[in-house]
Design a binder for this molecule. Structure first.
Ligand code: SF4
Length: 977
């Protein structure tokens, strides 16, 4: 009799472990999602027994979720790769036919190939990574190699959220900041279901609700956090920007805005030139050169205001904020030289005036009265429920504020806003709305996390000089950054892109995270040129990490007339037999997160809290499986073999023994390294100090985390808090200590628009992109329909289709997780019951879903938790047959499906030579995942009861673990056989 069929429990889940069951507990950091909770891994004889949350960790305080707990099943996954693999001579890509090779042979192949490219044409090497947390290293590797063709996954994830907020308030949600639910009274979550900040958000919402806070969720779908919202307001996808515009219209019309905050801490009173010409739409400035050069977006403190008390123009700082000065927010004025000007707020007021709730109701599907009431509710929380914390602080102009003003209306937003081709302006409109309410770094509102806020524009210029791509020479700037003007674009003199993904070109000027979703398509087209080697880490580009999945799979295999692959050499680094592995020429087997060192530090993506910086590490708690080697080690090894200057001693020797050694000793500036805890030779310094050879040990002894609590008077209002700004500069988080005024009006965007209008002397977009740049680079937020809607017959494709991330899974990593598969082994298309019935599709019935770009067959679930014009499904549950060591006929491949088949990575464009342009935000290049329009119809009864398309299974490569019974037996309570 199988034990699981008997009434006898397998084990008592709350009994103390049996003697000998666990003989060691090691702390590290979870990586079952990107939240990075502290965990304790319980081991017996070096084998993982179970994982729980670390109660001493500041982020999750002992809480663990289903994913984190199931990390044990990732560790023993049958899909683990165990050895380097080389595609067999003569085998086709995608067939999955490999021969095992040694690591030494692997390094020889890579060193020879990459060394040749570096010595001849470095841009022919492209490095693109998925959801990794080591961009400080991967970016450095690309820069030292000398290739601009580098990015991580942000371009297809949430760069609109990052850039839209950073260009407006100097920080953003998630790692960069978030809602202060300890002090909020009203919490509005929009475009978020289950996100990266998982356990901390759940803890915070739980406390907030117990304290009587009101939680409103605005989302097309009621899943995830929305399930416990006090109110769910359904909204049509891609229309959030229209809602924000209408909310601003009501708040401004009813004067429910924070006037004092706007006048002192934002550019709302600063005067914008109204006259036509090269200064049109830019801020008027003080011509005194001592105040800094004007209008490049990086030196914002020489602007002007109109003082209504004296009826004359004054410098915005410090005169404009001095006692007795009352800067105008409205009206138009004339400067002494005859220039007509207006406060930027006047232009914002004019912009939102027609955006009434009635206007937005027709777009969003939310009744006008609900929009009006929502605006009033926000205003009520911000002003009538306001309070002050007894925390004095000093602003950048020396004014001591005896208390800290709370504005207890908090927002949280993520990918639901970002993953649209109108996402940048939508996110900007949210940031401006929050600014009107004065909720920026205020108690109860949005709060930054160190090292944020950044300057607006952040002082990171992306590499942009094609002449600097030289053999055996590092780039003179990092491949990614934040352009502040057309001069900083990565383009050739004729305006064409430098980069393979067209990032930082006129097509997507502010693409701070690159455009990973276009790399394969562009490389195959040779647009703008052909590359030789594409190295992909942790990104399933042959399946769920790509739009146009079937097309991209075909492109990965495409050959030229000579029979050579269009992308000659593909290197894939992955821990599992994902769909992408079959297409590799060379496979590098990565470790799991339990087998390696990792850093979540200030050079990259720390885990800071509102009250100060926090960084953390992973340390190996078990030995790597087989020949698995962490990708970081591979990069450090290759950098040494290729003799990158930063990795080589003056004598020509290797500078870093391995990745841990690199982490401890690499310093981009003196005293600044990957980790900020226990620095200095004896480990007594923090934040800044010499390298400490025992730094890893100190992290290990301290729960793998370092937390620094800033003094109370530096914890709020950090855009303008002088002691904080000084402190942040001293610790190397920012280059200047000047304040960060909120950019309600973006003169940075206006510089691009002026160039497109031909009004400035410098760089101009190519003719075919002028209209596009002029339209979207609006200095004020605005709403426009997603680009896909404009080129789609909406009557023919009447529904929006989007995906959600399930709480129990993160990306495709968990499809092989034996525990989590029991929660989700396949997915349905969730359709509003009325919509499904109108289409004649039964609950549980099979249906066709069609877009302009493709079609798929799947099962449908009727649901009341989705607005009638939207259909949705879980992301990345569907799998290709044969991948991930799933058994033939596994639910994931027979009943699971990917919405990606319906989404194109390109949209038609009459203006480009190729006839197409990336399906992305025209400002940032963010992939427009959530813009696709579809129609649904029932499948015919005689059709097979399986999803379409189906993929022919590929054989498992040599060395894939593939021992499912062994894993199950081990966890049925017995000892390993
Ligand atoms: S929220 Fe993410 S990081 Fe935290 S325990 Fe769950 S999976 Fe791990």
């Amino acid at each position: 009799m199988f034990k699981f069929l008997s009434a006898e429990p397998l084990h008592d889940p709350i009994a103390s472990p049996a003697p000998g069951a666990v003989n060691e507990v090691k702390c590290t950091t979870c990586y079952m999602c990107a939240c990075r909770c502290g965990i304790r891994v319980h081991l017996r004889d070096g084998e993982v027994r179970y994982i729980d949350g670390n109660p001493e960790h500041p982020l999750n305080q002992g809480v663990i979720c289903a994913k984190g707990n199931a990390g044990i099943m990732k560790q023993v996954s049958p899909a683990r790769l165990t050895q380097p693999l080389l595609r067999k001579a003569g085998a086709e890509r995608g067939a999955g036919e490999f021969e095992p090779i040694s690591w030494e042979r692997t390094f020889e192949i890579l060193t020879e190939r990459l060394g040749h490219l570096r010595a001849t044409d470095p841009k022919k090497f492209a490095l693109f990574t998925g959801r990794d947390q080591m961009q400080a290293l991967t970016g450095l590797f690309a820069r030292q190699f000398g290739t601009p063709n580098y990015a991580a996954h942000g371009g297809f994830c949430s760069v609109n959220m990052a850039a839209g907020m950073i260009y407006t308030i100097g920080g953003s949600f998630w790692e960069f900041g978030g809602p202060d639910l300890d002090h909020a009274r009203l919490f509005v979550m929009i475009g978020t279901a289950e996100d990266h900040h998982s356990n901390p958000m759940k803890i915070a919402i739980s406390k907030f609700k117990r304290a009587g806070g009101r939680f409103i969720s605005i989302n097309p779908i009621r899943t995830g956090y929305s399930a416990i919202a006090d109110e769910w307001i359904p909204i049509k996808p891609g229309t959030d920007g229209a809602l924000f515009m209408a909310l601003m219209q009501v708040l401004i019309e009813e004067e429910r805005i924070d006037h004092a905050f706007l006048k002192r801490f934002t550019n709302a009173p600063q005067l914008v030139v109204l006259d036509e010409g090269m200064r049109e739409g830019l801020f008027a400035f003080d011509p005194d050169p001592a105040k800094g050069p004007p209008g490049d977006g990086r030196n914002p403190h020489n602007k002007l205001v109109w003082d209504t008390s004296e009826g004359r123009v004054k410098a915005a700082y410090p005169e404009g904020i001095a006692d007795g000065c009352d800067p105008a927010l409205e009206g138009t004025y004339t400067l002494d030289d005859g220039t007509r000007v207006a406060p930027s707020f006047q232009l914002l007021r004019e912009r939102v005036a027609p955006c009434t709730p009635e206007w937005a109701a027709a777009i969003t599907g939310i009744p006008a009265e609900r929009i009006r009431a929502l605006a009033r509710e926000m205003g009520h929380a911000a002003f009538e429920q306001a309070f002050e914390l007894p925390i004095p602080w000093t602003d950048a102009w020396g004014k001591l504020h005896p208390t800290t003003q709370a504005r207890p209306v908090a927002f949280h937003a993520m990918r639901g806003l970002a993953a649209h081709s109108n996402g940048f302006q939508t996110v900007r409109s949210l940031a401006v709305l929050m600014s009107l309410l004065g909720t920026i770094d205020a108690p109860g509102g949005f709060r930054h996390k160190a090292p944020y806020p950044r300057h607006i524009v952040p002082n990171y210029r992306a590499f942009n000089d094609p002449a600097m791509i030289q053999p055996n020479t590092p780039l003179n700037a990092a491949p990614l950054g934040f352009p502040a003007s057309p001069d900083e674009l990565a383009i050739h003199p004729d305006g064409s892109p430098i980069r393979i993904d067209h990032a930082f070109s006129w097509e997507h000027p502010l693409s701070a995270h690159g455009l990973m979703h276009n790399v394969i398509t562009n490389a195959v087209k040779g647009d703008p040129y052909r590359i030789d080697t594409l190295m992909i880490f942790m990104a399933n580009m042959a399946w769920n990490s790509t739009m146009n999945t079937m097309g991209v799979r075909e492109m990965l295999n495409r050959k030229g007339p000579e029979g050579d692959y269009a992308i000659p050499f593909l290197v894939v680094c992955d821990a599992f037999q994902s769909e992408m592995v079959a297409f590799a020429d060379l496979v590098l087997p990565d470790t799991t997160y339990l087998e390696r060192h990792d850093v979540m530090g200030m050079l990259d993506r720390p885990i800071s809290e509102f009250d100060g910086p926090v960084d953390s590490v992973r340390v190996p708690v078990v030995k790597p499986l087989g020949q698995c080697r962490p990708f970081q080690e591979v990069l450090v090894e290759l950098a040494g073999r290729l003799k990158f200057p930063a990795f080589t001693t003056p004598e020509g020797g290797r500078k870093f023994k391995d990745y841990p050694d690199f982490v401890v000793n690499f310093q981009p500036q003196p005293g600044i390294g990957f980790l900020m805890g226990w620095r200095g030779k004896d480990g007594t310094e923090h934040l800044r100090g010499e390298p400490n050879p025992k730094q890893w040990e100190m992290y290990e002894k301290n729960n793998c985390v370092f937390q620094y609590h800033m003094p109370k008077d530096q914890q709020y209002m950090r855009n303008w808090n002088q002691p904080y700004l000084d402190f942040a500069k001293e610790k190397g988080w920012r280059q200047r200590n000047d304040p960060v005024q909120l950019a309600l009006y973006s003169d940075t965007l206006q510089t691009f628009r002026l160039a497109a209008q031909g009004k400035t002397a410098g760089r101009r977009p190519p003719e075919h992109l002028r209209e596009r740049v002029e339209k979207y680079f609006d200095p004020l937020p605005f709403w426009y329909p997603p680009l896909e809607e404009v080129c789609t017959d909406l009557a023919e494709y009447p529904l929006n289709a989007v995906t959600q991330r399930p709480m129990a899974m993160y990306h495709s990593w968990d499809s092989q997780n034996a525990w989590l598969r029991q929660i989700h082994s396949h997915n349905y298309l969730q359709v509003n019951s009325a919509t499904a019935l109108a289409a004649g599709i039964a609950d549980g019935g099979w249906a066709w879903v069609e877009s302009r770009w493709g079609k798929l067959r799947c099962m449908v679930r009727h649901s009341e938790a989705v607005e009638p014009g939207t259909v949705w499904t879980w992301n990345a549950i569907g799998k290709a047959s044969g991948a991930w060591q799933l058994a033939p006929g596994a639910d994931e491949s027979r009943k699971g499906f990917l919405l990606n088949h319906l989404i194109s990575e390109e949209l038609p464009s009459a203006d480009t030579a190729s006839g197409s342009i990336s399906n992305s935000d025209p400002i940032t290049g963010q992939a427009g995942w959530y813009d696709v329009r579809v129609r649904i119809r029932p499948a015919e009864p005689e059709e097979p009861a399986e999803t379409f398309p189906q993929i022919a299974a590929t054989p498992a490569p040599p060395g894939v673990r593939g021992v499912t019974e062994h894993v199950l037996a081990y966890f049925a309570g017995g000892k390993r056989k």
